[in-house]
Design a protein around this ligand. Structure first.
Ligand SMILES: N[C@@H](CCC(=O)N[C@@H](CS)C(=O)NCC(=O)O)C(=O)O
Length: 202
């Protein structure tokens, strides 16, 4: 039985939650309330010294870093086909799995923080403009990557799960996204695994 330590609104936690659902893994969630600072408690820091979610525990293996966890789940549940078998498609999945945390995630999160969690009189217009311009550029890169395919690596994979929580956030902000990205987001949002993630409210 996997244990997933997460906060229900965490984008990084949602990736892993979605993958556990897709893998049909037996798991339970141990909530870590980020708003109460529980991620910095001495007990939690013993599991994850970064003081962040997610963390998983699998039969004595304690693991953090959401992308590494996605890859672990893909290996552990081969029948779920969470990574393509062919080298070229697999490489494509790895590319997007690295692009998400290094390029795509931060401006999307920054924009969401400014627009949703910062009172209007405290918002930083420079940060908003910068984040919006990066998000727009990244959405075009994503649209290019989706040309001729429904999923980033051809077939549905952990790469799509890495992106999905951020697409959800951008959709909540009602940003105008390229048609291909909008359709991709809707395709992922319709999956029962994502519906399960959204239904979890801590
Ligand atoms: N690189 C880490 C990032 C984890 C992360 O930043 N988690 C956020 C929630 S999405 C968090 O726990 N923030 C709380 C904090 O920094 O105190 C991963 O991919 O797992």
């Amino acid at each position: 039985m996997f244990k997933l330590y997460t906060f229900y609104l965490s984008t990084n936690g949602r990736k892993v939650h979605m993958a556990l659902e897709e893998a049909k893994a037996a798991y339970e969630i141990s909530p870590v309330n980020l708003l109460k600072g529980e991620q910095k408690s001495p007990e939690y820091l013993k599991l994850n010294p970064n003081g962040k979610v997610p963390t998983i525990v699998d039969d004595g293996l304690v693991m953090w870093e959401s992308i590494a966890i996605l890859l672990y789940l893909a290996e552990k549940f081969p029948a779920a086909n969470l990574l393509p078998a062919a080298a070229a498609e697999r490489a494509r999945a790895f590319q997007w799995l690295v692009w998400q945390p290094t390029t795509f995630g931060a401006p999307a999160s920054a924009l969401f923080r400014q627009m949703r969690f910062t009172p209007e009189d405290k918002r930083d217009q420079k940060v908003i403009d910068q984040a919006r311009s990066e998000v727009t550029k990244n959405a075009e890169i994503l649209a290019d990557g989706l040309q001729g395919r429904d999923y980033l690596a051809g077939t549905f994979s952990v790469a799509d799960m890495a992106l999905m929580p951020y697409l959800h956030v951008l959709a909540e902000l009602k940003l105008a996204l390229p048609g291909a990205v909008d359709a991709y987001h809707k395709r992922l949002a319709a999956r029962p695994s994502w519906q399960k993630v959204l239904a979890y409210t801590g």
